[in-house]
Design a protein around this ligand. Structure first.
Ligand code: UD1
Ligand code: CA
Length: 457
């Protein structure tokens, strides 16, 4: 295959987002906007991919840290798209072939669209090919001006267009293929004599036409795929489209999604067949969910590994946790980071866990806090149990052996160990270790004062 490089323009701030965060870093389906066009360029076979960065350059670079095919080029002042591409030349030194140019704010772009465009560009031995679309409302975009024979002549920006040109509905997507020699030799030749005083990349196309080189404008059928995001209304619309693509892939892989319009699964989540996802769930952070699970409505899951046949009941929140098979959670449970639950564990309503390991078959069914604990197998934790882990300075561990039974309303004041097969009676405050096979009981003796209420009256 002929060699292909990409230049992705991402130096601008994105003023219309009205945000402290630059436009291309706004998240879409769990990843920064710019990840999407970069992925499309990569899938189309580009190497290297040069990012032109300026505003919040470090943060943009950080998104791709460690990616061998990514190079960054700095554009200190944003003097226009033509100037931005000129800034990428050093990073492309020595490269010969086709250069694909695209913008960091087109997250819906697909590699198939790029591949089609590349094939068209190469089959026609073009010097420049621009991807275009027919839009009902072309306002704001550059318009494609064709000569009477239908050949592309130039692109005119909204602000430079006369009333006749403004009526043109074929717009410039901002995506181009160019021959590298032509690009390198001519990019510095464009001027900035226009309404915005910017160096327009589009002028390069007009230059190629003037030189009699082959310039093509390829209209794409699906205008949605090349949509550029400029404000948060468009951001929300793009998010919806990306989510529907992700949900569709999961459904085709055997996942039941009851209401795909109200299911929020980020990029990079894996879900096994015959798992059912109910409405209102938010799943992200590279979560892996096994087969045959039931994830009820309003559940939020991030960074988790969930085994087969688990049941996560409504409104539970699971963060950075691991569940083995056949685990039941919730409703309204909160698994905080570092929770590791064995097979057939049950965590019931209003239970919070953090940094705990819980062995097979153990249960905490109601209203409990378990933190920094090592809990064995078949342990029963009664309602209202609390691990008291924090003394104001340090955090301490609780260890519960296999087959321990903790009655209701028990406080385990860490550090403390309850030996295997022991029973802690309801209402006990455990402050010293309990040996195995024992009963631990700490209660203030009860006093009954007969007739006390009658005398008060
Ligand atoms: C550009 C095109 C327009 C096209 C539209 C498609 C030009 C002159 N105009 O207009 O024909 O219809 O895209 O969306 O090319 N950028 C830089 N450095 C700069 C300027 C821009 O990196 O100096 C980046 C921006 O961050 C952005 C992209 O280039 O990602 C496009 O810039 P933008 O200002 O949005 O161009 P448009 O006015 O939309
Ligand atoms: Ca734009």
């Amino acid at each position: 295959m002929e060699s292909l490089a990409s230049v992705v323009l991402a130096a601008g701030k994105g003023t219309r987002m009205k945000s402290g965060l630059i436009k291309v870093l706004h998240p879409l389906a769990g990843v920064p906007m710019i990840s999407w066009p970069v992925a499309a360029a990569r899938e189309a076979g580009s190497d290297p991919i040069v990012l032109v960065i300026g505003h919040q350059a470090n943060a943009v670079q950080g998104v791709f840290r460690g990616a061998a095919d990514i190079r960054c080029a700095m554009q200190e002042d944003q003097l226009g798209t033509g100037h931005a591409v000129a800034c990428a030349l050093d990073a492309l030194a020595g490269f010969r072939g086709t250069v694909l140019i695209l913008c960091g704010d087109t997250p819906l772009l697909r590699s198939e669209t790029l591949k089609n465009m590349l094939a068209y560009h190469r089959d026609n031995q073009a010097t420049v090919t621009v991807l275009t679309a027919l839009m009902d409302d072309p306002y704001g975009y550059g318009r494609v001006v064709r000569d009477p024979s239908g050949r592309v002549n130039r692109i005119v920006e909204q602000k430079d267009a006369d009333p006749e040109e403004q009526k043109i509905s074929e717009i410039n997507s901002g995506i181009y293929c160019m021959d590298s020699d032509f690009l390198f030799n001519n990019i510095k030749g464009i001027g900035n004599d226009n309404a915005q005083g910017e160096y327009y990349l589009t002028d390069l196309l007009a230059l190629a036409v003037r030189k009699g080189l082959t310039c093509l404008a390829l209209p794409t059928a699906d205008a949605d795929k090349i949509m550029g995001i400029n404000d948060r209304v468009q951001l929300a619309r793009a998010g919806r489209i990306l989510r529907s693509r992700i949900n569709r892939d999961h459904m085709l892989n055997g996942v039941t999604i009851i209401d795909p319009d109200h299911t929020y699964i980020d990029h990079g989540v894996t879900i096994g067949a015959d798992t059912t996802i109910h409405p209102g769930c938010q799943i992200g952070g590279g979560t892996v969910i096994g087969c045959g699970c039931e994830i009820e409505q309003g559940v939020s899951i991030s960074g988790c590994r969930i085994g087969d046949d688990c049941h996560v009941k409504a409104a539970s929140v699971l963060e950075d946790s691991e569940l083995a098979e056949d685990v039941a959670i919730g409703p309204m449970a909160h698994l905080r980071p570092g929770t590791k639950l064995g097979r057939k564990v049950k965590i019931g309503n209003f239970v919070e866990t953090k940094k705990i390991v819980m062995g097979e078959g153990s249960k905490a069914s109601h209203l409990t806090y378990l933190g920094d604990a090592e809990i064995g197998r078949n342990v029963n934790i009664g309602c209202g149990t609390i691990t008291c882990i924090y003394d104001g300075v340090n955090k301490h561990r609780t260890v519960l052996g296999d087959d321990v039974f903790i009655g209701s309303d028990v406080q385990l004041v860490a550090p403390v160990t309850v030996g295997r097969n022991s029973l802690v009676a309801a209402g006990t405050t455990v402050t010293i270790d309990v040996p195995p096979d024992s009963l631990a009981l700490s209660r203030v003796p009860q006093v009954n004062k007969e007739g006390w209420r009658l005398k008060k009256r």
